[in-house]
Write a protein that binds this ligand. Structure first.
Ligand SMILES: [Zn+2]
Length: 122
């Protein structure tokens, strides 16, 4: 089906979007006829259904937001892993003591940054 085509609601044949009369079954499919065909109570139901749908989507988003880890949680996990990695490096470092002290200092810096940023110790 082309982008300028649609399906006739009466005979299910492909017709032009602009068409007001089906070329296959000759049914009047103008927008005006369609609006007149929809009963007022039908509109009300559609609107209610729409509101229920929107509320459902909103609720799904709200639940998703609460169950998902927050930006801060992710940042904290990341920072914590960096500190753990740093301490591992420090513990397994076999090189000169001076270099090891630099690593140790870097780890302490990470830890103090963590405390400052998240107001707790890793
Ligand atoms: Zn038709």
């Amino acid at each position: 089906m082309e982008h300028d085509e649609k399906i006739c609601p009466l005979c299910a044949e492909t017709i032009k979007v602009e068409a007001v009369r089906c070329k296959h079954c000759h049914a009047d499919i103008s927008v005006k006829a369609h609006v007149e065909a929809v009963k007022p109570e039908g509109m009300g139901f559609a609107q209610k259904a729409f509101i229920v749908l929107i509320l459902g989507v909103a609720a799904a988003f709200a639940i998703g937001a609460f169950s998902k880890p927050s930006e801060e949680d992710l940042a904290r996990d990341h920072a914590k892993r960096a500190i753990e990695m740093c301490r591992d490096n420090e513990a397994s470092y076999q090189g000169p003591a001076g270099a090891r002290q630099i690593i140790s200092g870097a780890c302490r810096k990470l830890e103090s940054d963590f405390s400052t940023r998240f107001s707790r110790t890793p």
